[in-house]
Design a protein around this ligand. Sequence first.
Ligand code: NDP
Ligand code: 8X3
Length: 253
Amino acid sequence: MDKIVLITGATSGFGEACARKFAANNYDLIITGRRKDKLHQLSEDLRSKHEARVLALNFDVRNKNIVTTNINALPKEWQKIDILINNAGLALGRDNFEEASIDDWDAMIDTNVKGLAYVTKAVLPFMIDAGSGHIFNIGSISGKEVYAQGNMYCATKHAVGALSEAMRIDLLKYNIKVTAIHPGAANTEFSNVRFKGDADKAAKVYEGLKPLVAEDVADIIYYCAGLPAHVCINDLVVTSTQQANSFYSFKKI
Ligand code: NDP
Ligand code: 8X3
């Protein structure tokens, strides 16, 4: 058995790119997401291209009972999870605070914060038993600075930053590394989800900009994961060269 990586939200974007990167480098993969057909296609593709061992778990990270049941039921040979990539997440809407939808807020809090915590709690006993592990939490540049109409999304990503710091302190005694990765704008399905399928609005986010692509983030995570046992990158911000911070990008339009 090679090393095992569990990736949440592997059906597109950063999660899928991580699955491809780790599979190409002989990791065994546990991939998760809600879209069963995409999980199935990815599993088949990884098996055929890399001869990777792939286990697909189809669950919604918001459902704590299902998360716990799925992870507790992992077959013995899949329990020694070396790396957990807490990537599943989303933004919904880009509205002023007073106009934003409370349902959108609930979905972001439940996915980006509570879902991340449920998955981590379920995986931790395996890492503690093994005496090692590496947890990656995908935050965001919006977890560093708040931008206009970003209210609850930015708050959830600030929470990911805080939870990463908290995990790092509490899990140090178990020899578990915690790395928070905070990307800037990246062209994935993210904006399409945020704007609920409005392709024009989604495309505008990246107009005049050469944004990050999912593979950039996967390469960075893979690099961090490969550092010697005594080295941990704790907190990493990455943006495209045209983006200075959460709200200033130099757009050539
Ligand atoms: P994508 O929309 O391409 O991917 C999001 C992934 O999360 C999908 O695989 C989706 O799978 C999964 N997901 C969403 N909700 C749930 C849920 N309730 N349960 C299980 N899986 C879920 O976006 P990105 O790859 O860009 O986003 C990945 C992470 O990176 C997110 O946390 C996002 O906030 C963060 N991020 C994105 C940036 C960007 O500009 N793109 C920049 C900074 C951070 P499925 O729909 O099949 O469940
Ligand atoms: C996604 C990047 O800048 O839209 O987290 O918040 S941003």
